[in-house]
Design a binder for this molecule. Sequence first.
Ligand SMILES: NC(=O)c1ccc[n+]([C@@H]2O[C@H](COP(=O)([O-])OP(=O)(O)OC[C@H]3O[C@@H](n4cnc5c(N)ncnc54)[C@H](OP(=O)(O)O)[C@@H]3O)[C@@H](O)[C@H]2O)c1
Length: 255
Amino acid sequence: MKKRAIVTGASSGIGKEISGVLVEMGYEVYGFGRSFSDEEPDQIDTKRDLTGKICTENGTDAQNEEKGMLHRIVCDLLDTQELERQIKQIRRQGGVQLLVNNAGVGYYGLHEELNTQKIQKLVRTNLEVPMVLTSLLLRNLKKCAGTIINISSVTAQLNNPHGCAYGATKAGLSSFSRSLFDEVRKYGVRVVTIQPDMTKTELYRNADFAQGEEEASYLLPEEIAETVRDILYMREGAVVTEITLRPQLHRIRRK
Ligand SMILES: NC(=O)c1ccc[n+]([C@@H]2O[C@H](COP(=O)([O-])OP(=O)(O)OC[C@H]3O[C@@H](n4cnc5c(N)ncnc54)[C@H](OP(=O)(O)O)[C@@H]3O)[C@@H](O)[C@H]2O)c1
């Protein structure tokens, strides 16, 4: 039977790449997002070998014959009732071995300029939703000694002027993640916190800055997804609990 995974924010950026890697690893992925681009097939057909190299449909890599599939779930994660309904439906169909809390929003600027709605969206999307999903799935994950991967941010470890609220939600998520590992490790559940630095995605659509032009000034979403794959290939009994990824250069560009 295929392993089953839930990935939030599967419609773009880091979550989309993670979903692709999980499908390549043979997972049946339930990917949550509000809007998926229409051109994408429900089932991802691309196959890669374990080094990440793309194989053709007729590729001869026997290790990868078993590929998974992606179910796109259109759902606003802030609609808690609908989220619970969707999760209950997935649980009824069988076990869930992996939860990737990836969905997030970013609002930046002077704190006095963030309105109440933006603050609530930050806290709810980046912190409340991962906590709620974890609670809805934890019994299930304990039964199958599953894995929770929380996509936090390097800002969790820093002082973040012009990003005080965003950084606080990520510090909260990293703290939750660390404590949860201590709570559930005896049940064989792995809890992993990934803290990426600036990554080339649409996260900064609302900001007045973006990543620098040079390739060394940002990470690629594929690189975070490859990290997820490496974590999942660790032998049972060994856990990477926290990983920080940073680009070589620290550069941002004003828009
Ligand atoms: N990019 C970076 O530099 C960076 C650095 C560190 C950490 N991160 C973290 O990485 C995670 C992924 O971000 P990204 O960089 O890949 O940005 P992104 O391309 O903007 O992706 C964000 C994802 O979250 C989903 N999402 C947001 N609100 C949602 C809601 N209410 N309901 C359902 N889905 C929702 C979006 O889906 P829809 O739009 O379809 O709803 C989208 O798939 C975030 O947690 C972010 O904080 C990013």
